[in-house]
Design a protein. Structure first.
Length: 474
């Protein structure tokens, strides 16, 4: 044991303790690391957090209730949670150059709900209370309360359409946001695959939304947030950006100026576990106009804050402030470009023709495949991607016609542009060799020998770049 480094010692000891209660859980944890080490992961929303981030989560903050905000908790004895949250906020505001950060949200979706509630409270509730000269909602008469509730449920949101790369929480009917808001979408110009800002402006002028939401899960280009803010100002809308996917590129100063959401939006939400490489979680950034409303996130929208996860967020934000993180963010985009160019050169059709962020969207229709067939064929060949709708997708949101690939995870492992070209070759080989099964949008045929050969090549590509080389479980 004495020769082992700190990470290996820590994980071996932790697994021994867990195994003493339920061996199947210790085994599943061990197996998960082995599986992740073997997998060529191109899932654009996933990454590998550092051992320091992961280790910061397994501790006594999990036992503590801390509803409220720093120094103003509904529970006693929160002095250490206060420290953790304050350090996380200090790093988060410095990292993003944001006036205010709220680091309690448990996930990206929770961060969006906090932001929506804050905007509604600011734009719908506060002006009514002021006009009626009431301090809080409990002071309203039944009739005033009924009017406020009706007003809350009848506000308008303009968000990016799902098939152009928007997220379900940007006002879509199956999601709670689609019931909270009367939503209309903006999308991309079919000719370029890029956001049509003129059409967006026209829709905003006509629809006059309370809220315009920027950001995406599957759009391969930069977004000009300065233009979107101009449009929001013109129609009196609050402008929110959901940077869940590309927060790492903002932190790493790849997206600056017109493309920096923090500098251009009234309120910004994020996850912390995607390109930002932190723990599973969320955060909200805003100015002083909205911070009081955002602070009400817990317990008005969220359950009790997860002190152990805020501790891990603090570590991740601190890591992202180091110069190496900016290099990492640039490498993500260089790899994404190399992968997209490698695919393009081999004749694979890409939505918008390429990428300037961490992801690319392949249109697999020319191969005669659905996204689902392509995804499964690639998976059987050791390449992990996910299917995704393309703009105006003829196969709908379930089968789709696209494959989304992203480079944050493989860039963390250390793979570079040369490997990206080889991966493009493997993807092209598999898609070219796959044929759809007659009459099925899900079944396909692929020579198992070819799938095996590609799997081996994928493993060989990963071999020089071990995942978590500092962790040896024995
Ligand atoms: C991933 C994502 C979310 C949701 O994040 P969770 O942590 O899974 O809740 C929200 N918005 C966008 C744009 C995303 O890509």
């Amino acid at each position: 044991m004495s020769d082992l480094n700190a990470e290996s010692t820590a994980y071996r000891a932790a697994l021994d303790v867990v195994r003493g209660v339920e061996p199947r859980i210790a085994d599943a944890i061990t197996k998960e690391l082995a599986d992740q080490r073997e997998s060529l992961k191109l899932i654009a929303s996933e990454n590998y957090a550092s051992p320091a981030v992961l280790l910061a989560m397994g501790n006594w903050f999990s036992d503590k209730y801390a509803e409220g905000t720093i120094g103003r908790r509904f529970y006693a004895g929160c002095q250490n949670v206060d420290t953790v949250e304050a350090v996380a906020v200090e790093h988060a505001t410095a990292l993003f150059g944001a006036p205010y950060a709220y680091v309690q949200p448990h996930s990206g979706i929770d961060a969006n709900l906090v932001a929506y509630w804050a905007v509604l409270a600011d734009r719908v509730e506060a002006p009514r209370l002021k006009k009626l000269e009431k301090r809080q909602v409990n002071d309203l008469t039944d009739a005033e309360w009924a009017e406020l509730r009706a007003a809350f449920g009848n506000q308008r949101m303009l968000g990016m359409s799902l098939d152009a790369g928007g997220h379900l929480t940007h006002g879509f009917r199956p999601n709670i946001s689609g019931k909270m808001f009367d939503q209309r979408s903006y999308g991309v110009d079919p000719a370029t695959g890029q956001i049509d800002y003129a059409a967006l402006r026209e829709t905003a002028r006509e629809f006059r939304p309370l809220l315009i939401v920027g950001g995406y899960s599957a759009y391969p280009r930069k977004v000009n947030f300065r233009i979107m803010r101009e449009i929001a100002d013109e129609v009196g809308a609050t402008f929110m950006v959901d940077m869940a996917h590309f927060a790492g590129l903002v932190a790493g100063k790849v997206f600056t100026g017109d493309f920096d959401p923090i500098a251009n939006a009234h309120i910004v939400t994020t996850t912390t576990h995607k390109s930002l490489r932190g723990p599973r979680g969320g955060a909200v950034f805003c100015g002083p106009e909205l911070s009081d409303q955002v602070d009400r996130g817990c317990p008005m929208v969220l359950g009790g804050p997860l002190g152990h996860v805020m501790a891990a967020k603090a570590i991740a934000f601190a890591e992202a402030r180091r110069p190496e993180f900016a290099q990492y963010a640039q490498a993500i985009v260089a790899n994404s470009r190399a992968l997209a160019e490698g695919l393009s050169r081999r004749g694979v059709k890409l939505v918008s023709g390429g990428t300037d962020n961490h992801l690319a969207l392949l249109d697999v229709h020319p191969f005669g495949l659905t996204g689902r067939q392509a995804e499964q064929a690639l998976l059987s060949s050791g390449i992990v991607t996910n299917r995704n709708a393309v703009p105006s997708d003829p196969n709908g949101a379930w089968y789709t016609s696209g494959i989304r690939v992203g480079t944050p995870a493989l860039t963390t492992r250390g793979l570079g542009v040369a490997e990206m070209d080889q991966i493009a070759e493997l993807i092209h080989t598999v898609l070219g060799a796959t044929t759809p099964a007659a009459g099925s949008k899900a079944k396909y045929q692929l020579d198992p020998a070819l799938a095996d050969r590609v799997s081996k090549q994928a493993s060989e590509l990963l071999a020089p770049y071990p995942l978590y080389p500092e962790v040896d479980l024995g």
